[in-house]
Design a protein around this ligand. Structure first.
Ligand code: ADP
Length: 488
């Protein structure tokens, strides 16, 4: 099958968050299954060009509609993480210091959408599947059916993946936005199309993608259910309910080449279930790095962006709960909000003399690897979590996850006491209520098991390592969806 992924991010050339990893993981899996996959991404001037192999120009005059005229763009081709990728220039829209964060982001990406379609149309690329990701690509489904369908391009099918409903592409200047790409706002600013359900004067690009796509996926089955309700749907719940027959959840995978305790060069000692005891050499290594006391205590860790979504108050509460319950606590995280970082610095200073806790406020790839390997428990107390990757990495490293039951966390962490699956079928601890008592309930059980029933705890940790959260199963699920929409 010929599949084109349209994305604003790709690892490592243009990465902001998890979406960039998903593009690479899923594309690589589909290629290994025998499919032909191209990625199309904007040609940001701030990209990591050293991470693109064999970058060369393949199209010199791509004329793209822009208000009443046409702008000339260029298309380059290269390999990113082994995947064939096209980059389309966007003049002042792509020549920026950052990938996101500008007042005209909507214009930048809507223009990119039109450029992608013009590129495929003019080069006669006719993918069987056009797979679009998040609001930055959300106008493509409507463009495909309403503009290019009329030009005789009818045999592709369009899939749209919602990675997070937090950003939807909502704007009150729909007229100007759609004028830019020569689309008629009157046709789209309609209650059954892109008109936002609660802000009637706004158009909502993600809403349009849901209406126009042949299939809509999101990144876990539980999140697919949650976004049909107001809390997680954030205004999209009505349209998702009315299109629920074409909505599905596919859990993301993690890259098993990068995240493998048996080969990971960033940790102190490699290990697997065969020599699980060597995991503990990493615990000593972690203690040495972070100057924690080398005592008989479990290490509870968190690696995260410090944002409200991740449960900031619960993370803070967990620091003190862990100490009270007789454990050591490690945090690696940073926030885009300086006030949040300052708050964690305050706690760090307050606990400066305590050799059972270390808060590392910043981003550190190598330390993250050693934390996954060297900890006993990994905490993810998110308020909402579309999929979540950190719990999957922790499982792979035999570190028992303690998570809030939401989104992808609920799909991947099976509570040893409450899932009904018994010790053999479970892999961690979870809690429902996003409050201190909820967290203490799960964390307390985990620490108690580590302390009083070490054999059971080790069995649980090794169970986690045996779960398959690679891209293998998601690859098959997406292939099934592609086949399903092709057959319709
Ligand atoms: P997000 O909502 O941030 O995308 P995910 O759980 O999907 O959350 O993915 C987070 C990824 O970023 C994981 O690979 C995690 O190890 C990494 N990460 C998050 N914060 C840090 C940090 N401060 N230092 C190093 N890696 C981090």
């Amino acid at each position: 099958m010929y599949i084109v992924m349209v994305t604003p991010e790709i690892t490592p050339a243009a990465k902001v968050g998890g979406l960039a990893d998903v593009i690479v993981g899923l594309s690589r899996e589909l290629v290994s299954m025998g499919h032909n996959v191209d990625v199309i991404c904007p040609m940001y001037s701030c990209m990591r060009y050293d991470q693109i192999e064999d970058l060369h120009e393949v199209y010199s005059e791509l004329w793209v509609p822009h208000y009443n005229e046409w702008r000339s763009e260029k298309v380059f081709q290269g390999k990113v993480s082994g995947i064939n990728t096209y980059f389309i220039t966007g003049g002042n829209y792509t020549e920026r210091e950052k990938i996101y964060g500008y007042d005209d982001d909507m214009f930048r990406f809507v223009y990119f959408n039109r450029a992608v379609m013009e590129f495929m149309y003019k080069t006669e690329k006719r993918p069987e599947i056009i797979h679009c990701h998040d609001w930055q690509t959300a106008l493509i489904p409507a463009m495909y059916y309403d503009i290019y369908g009329g030009l005789g391009w009818n045999d592709s099918r369009v899939i749209f993946t919602i990675h997070n409903t937090e950003c939807q592409g909502l704007c009150w200047y729909g007229q100007k936005l759609l004028d830019m790409v020569q689309m008629d706002v009157g046709r789209y600013h309609q209650p059954d199309k892109m008109q936002d359900d609660s802000k009637a004067n706004c158009i909502n690009l993600m809403r349009g993608a849901i209406v126009y796509s042949n299939f809509v996926t999101t990144v876990s089955p539980t999140y697919a259910g949650e976004i049909k309700n107001a809390d997680s749907g954030r205004g999209l719940q009505h349209v998702l309910n009315s299109h629920s027959a074409k909505l599905g959840g596919v859990i993301n995978g993690i890259d098993y080449d990068v995240w493998d305790p048996a080969t990971d060069k960033k940790i102190c000692h490699n290990y697997s279930t065969e020599n699980f005891v060597d995991k503990y050499k990493n615990k000593y290594g972690l203690r040495e790095w972070l100057q924690l006391d080398d005592v008989w205590k479990p290490i509870v860790s968190v690696v995260t962006r410090l944002t409200q979504q991740k449960g900031l108050d619960l993370i803070k509460h967990a620091i003190y709960s862990t100490l009270r319950m007789g454990g050591q606590f490690v945090l690696l995280g940073e926030s885009p909000d300086p006030a949040v970082n300052a708050d964690f610095w305050r706690i760090k200073n307050e606990l400066a003399d305590c050799r059972d806790v270390h808060l590392w406020i910043g981003y550190h790839e190598d330390l993250a690897h050693l934390i996954y390997a060297g900890s006993d428990m990994f905490l993810v107390p998110s308020i909402f979590e579309p999929c979540g990757l950190t719990q999957l990495i922790a499982l792979r490293y035999g570190t028992v996850p303690v998570v809030r039951e939401t989104g992808g966390l609920a799909d991947t962490v099976l509570d040893v006491d409450n899932s009904g699956l018994g010790l053999a079928g479970s892999n961690g601890y979870s809690f429902k209520d996003a409050n201190p008592a909820g967290l203490d309930y799960a964390l307390g059980r985990a620490i108690d098991c580590w302390t009083s029933y070490p054999e059971t705890f080790n069995k649980l940790a090794q169970n986690g390592m045996k779960f398959d959260y690679s891209w293998k199963n998601p690859g098959i699920d997406y292939e099934n969806i592609y086949n399903y929409v092709k057959a319709k």
